[in-house]
Design a protein around this ligand. Structure first.
Ligand SMILES: Cc1cc2nc3c(=O)[nH]c(=O)nc-3n(C[C@H](O)[C@H](O)[C@H](O)COP(=O)(O)O)c2cc1C
Length: 441
């Protein structure tokens, strides 16, 4: 009898909610995104709910919208992911800890060292969300005058992956002999100097920290363009996506897993997790009212700003009561732009209506009772639309507590979600193998 497919759950923490108005919702902790006490409590609640991972999104620029919108945004202050997650590692035992780091702006040697450190500190629970940074304003914070072109960003990311994983393979797992008698601390035959020279990087190595507990921290990605999908198929073990419908999810799933098979990778060694906003009520009606109230807290300026970011184009110039005009391509997010335009065309929305939809959160949402939400999640899992979800909570702590106290038990009752962690490391709990070392057997 084949084992029932198990749902994988990540928590999309930014580091709190993705919804623009989460901090204004009754019962929310408005300072939660910059209050360690709250974040520790959220991490412990996620572990109580047996979540696979706390995923911390991250952006390297603040001024990416007009001040009228920015002054209403809670995203302007948050901890550096690789400073916060080691702290959360000290108050959890099994929860995976996935941090975002950019291949366009951070040096690979530093990124390799920081994720190896997190993996050792957390006893094997680290994951790296490898992003190329689609936000054009970040370049101005790193001494550049304009954003690197989309395809160049992805070529650079591919080489970057080889450098970082090569540095993680610098030391064999048994390199450190620490022989007090002979005074030899490590075996030189179990060390390899990388000496990488490529189009974008020249990195000698070795890395100044032992091989991570998991061999490599888990490799995560979130690109969806042609280049993004190919990079994921070649390198990723978890992919966060923004698909808004089951049909889109199934197409993406088949595409990326098909690419993996064509290059000889086992498709089970990647978990595809669409982002989903989950709003829970005692009835579907009550849940919808909660969502409507949350969306009503989004200011028009914030809504237009969110639309501009999604389109990679200033939407404040458009007539808000007219349909969305033609929007030229940009260097920013390709899949984000395509999704916004598709939504406007599919539902015949005016610029104002589209902005309202994108203002709060425009992606996939499950709004209902614990049973209807579990129905939808089970359906996506069985229909190969995903391997699980990257859950976005509408407000915290209330939206998170309700999910762990009411939806998780329903998923467990159906036998599609764990009641206890299977192993000690993020990879063991996900069923993703520990990578072998390219230099040592
Ligand atoms: C669920 C999800 C989470 C993401 N998290 C981040 C993030 O934390 N930081 C970031 O710079 N980009 C993030 N992105 C953006 C992606 O890394 C990528 O730039 C974007 O999806 C566009 O990719 P594409 O141009 O290949 O379509 C995220 C995207 C998705 C769908």
């Amino acid at each position: 009898m084949t084992a029932t497919r198990q749902l994988r759950l990540g928590a999309f923490m930014r580091p709190v909610s993705i919804h623009t108005a989460w901090w204004r919702y009754p019962g929310s902790a408005p300072d939660a995104n910059f209050n360690l006490g709250h974040l520790v409590a959220f991490a412990r609640t996620l572990e109580r709910g047996c979540f696979d991972a706390f995923f911390m999104a991250d952006h390297l620029a603040v001024l990416n919208m007009p001040m009228e919108a920015l002054k209403r945004s809670a995203t302007v202050t948050s901890f550096d992911p690789l400073t916060l997650l080691p702290a959360l590692a000290m108050v959890t035992e099994r929860l995976g800890l996935i941090a975002t780091a950019s291949t366009t702006f951070e040096p690979p040697y530093t990124v390799a060292r920081r994720f190896a450190s997190l993996d050792h500190i957390s006893n094997g629970r680290a994951g790296w969300n490898l992003v190329t940074t689609s936000n054009p304003d970040a370049a101005l914070n790193f001494g550049q005058t304009e954003q690197m072109a989309h395809d160049e960003r992805y070529r650079r990311a591919r080489e970057y992956f080889d450098v970082v994983t090569g540095l993680w393979d610098s030391w064999a797992d048994d390199a450190f002999t620490r022989n007090v008698g002979t005074g030899q601390f490590f075996d030189p035959d179990r060390l390899r100097v990388l000496d990488h020279r490529g189009e974008f990087f020249s990195v000698r190595g070795p890395l100044n920290i032992a091989r991570p507990v998991q061999g490599w921290p888990l490799i995560v990605q979130a690109g969806a363009s042609e280049a993004g999908r190919q990079l994921a198929a070649e390198t990723a073990e978890m992919v966060f996506t923004g698909q808004g419908t089951l049909a889109e999810g199934q197409r993406f799933y088949a595409d990326v897993k098909g690419r993996m098979e064509r290059i000889g990778r086992n498709p089970d060694h990647m978990k595809i997790l669409p982002g989903v906003l989950v709003v829970i009520g005692d009835s579907v009606e009550e849940a919808r009212e909660k969502r409507a109230h949350l969306d009503s807290l989004v200011n028009e300026d914030s809504a237009i700003a969110s639309l501009s970011i999604a389109l990679g184009h200033d939407a404040s110039a458009f007539d808000p009561d007219e349909p969305l005009p033609e929007v030229p391509e940009s260097n920013a997010s390709k899949s984000g732009r395509e999704r916004a335009i598709a939504l406007a065309r599919r539902e015949g929305l005016t610029v104002r209506e589209l902005a309202r939809r994108l203002g709060g959160y425009s992606g996939l949402a499950m709004v209902g009772t614990p049973a209807t939400i579990a129905d939808e999640m089970e359906h996506w899992l069985e229909a190969r639309g995903s391997d699980g979800f990257n859950v976005m909570f509408p407000y915290l702590p209330g939206g998170l507590d309700a999910f762990v106290d009411r939806v998780v038990p329903e998923l467990q009752r159906r036998g599609i979600y764990r009641r206890a962690y299977e192993g000690a490391t993020l990879r063991e709990n996900l069923g993703v193998p520990r990578p072998s070392n390219r230099f040592f057997r």
